[in-house]
Design a protein around this ligand. Structure first.
Ligand SMILES: C[S@@+](CC[C@H](N)C(=O)[O-])C[C@H]1O[C@@H](n2cnc3c(N)ncnc32)[C@H](O)[C@@H]1O
Length: 301
């Protein structure tokens, strides 16, 4: 059936629905995820186009001179480590950059130049695969729900949530003003303003937002960006304010790992219950299962 005939057939069908049921049907058509299987490819294409726009506004390493502490912490890693943003650069892209000599997967163990042993890669964003796993397999239907991404950086969790979920409102809170401006540019260009809002703030000033959230996402938020005392303070603040019973918290890595080595009074067993995840949902595909296994889901008690 061609587009015009399909459109007429759908309008005809809607006219035959009992008038009292029509609002419910139209509401379902506007908000349901039942059509996802027909539009999936288009959503991936939009996210890839956003990644291209962001690449054009960022240096290759996708870190900014305004994030001094994060740059310093990268240099203090025990083995030479580079930041390769997994949303901006997938494996194929990295291969082609290596072939062009613009990136290297290795370094020389003697002089430190990028020549012979494997370099450590760190990503400060979720990849497209991780976003799809989170919205399709980790989180339930988010119709009518409020989601907060703590440390939204490039905005990947927000764009993914706009396209892959029915969350009514998606908030990003980001400490770095340069990244907030980048997110605003994308939100405006792709007309996401009806459901996405970015706040340039320290999360430790956003108690009310956290208290009202149904879902809170925390992808490696503090470790590379705050010193240990500030990390401990921030985790205390999160655990005092993410309190809505039954709300969900997604973290990378696990809460146990994030809190280990920090001096906090956070008592996990009184705060959250971990919900086991099935990490084998893409058995036939060439995916980074280790990265998926870093994603943890908790229900607030
Ligand atoms: C690893 S990135 C997370 C990126 C994004 N959420 C994702 O999953 O793709 C962590 C971000 O958190 C921000 N951040 C760190 N501490 C913060 C704080 N106290 N309040 C708000 N943002 C913070 C950093 O500036 C950084 O951009």
């Amino acid at each position: 059936m061609e587009f015009c005939s399909a459109r007429l057939a759908i309008l005809q069908l809607v006219r035959t629905v009992a008038p009292a049921d029509r609002p419910a049907l139209l509401q379902w058509m506007r908000t349901t995820r039942d059509f996802d299987e027909f539009t999936q490819d288009n959503k991936d294409i939009i996210l890839k186009s956003i990644a291209e726009d962001l690449r054009n506004h960022l240096p290759l390493e996708a870190m900014l001179s305004s994030e001094q502490l994060a740059l310093q912490k990268m240099q203090q890693q025990p083995d030479p480590t580079v930041h390769v943003d997994a949303f901006l650069y997938d494996e194929d892209f990295i291969d082609s950059l290596c072939e062009e000599g613009k990136m290297s997967r290795n370094y020389c163990m003697v002089c430190g130049s990028h020549k012979t042993a494997p370099l450590g890669f760190i990503s400060h964003s979720f990849s497209l695969m991780e976003l799809k796993f989170m919205y399709h397999h980790v989180l339930p239907d988010l119709s009518g729900k409020i989601l907060v991404d703590v440390g939204s950086r490039l905005g990947t969790v927000l764009y993914g949530g706009y396209l892959y979920s029915s969350a009514v409102q998606l908030y990003g809170v980001e400490l770095n003003g340069d990244f907030c401006r980048l997110q605003e540019m994308i939100i405006k260009k792709y007309q996401f303003t009806d459901r996405i809002q970015v706040l340039h703030a320290d999360i430790c000033t956003q108690g009310l937002l956290l208290q009202n959230a149904d879902v809170v996402i925390m992808n490696n938020v503090f470790e590379y960006f705050l010193n240990e005392a500030d990390q401990a303070r921030a985790w205390e603040y999160i655990s005092h304010n993410v309190r809505k019973q039954g709300s969900l918290l997604v973290t990378v890595p696990s809460l146990e790992e994030s809190l280990s080595g920090l001096q906090t009074n956070v008592q996990l067993s009184l705060w959250v219950e971990e919900i086991p995840l099935n990490y084998d949902v893409y058995p036939q595909e060439d995916i980074d299962k280790e990265a998926l296994e870093q994603i943890h889901l908790y229900k607030i008690l």
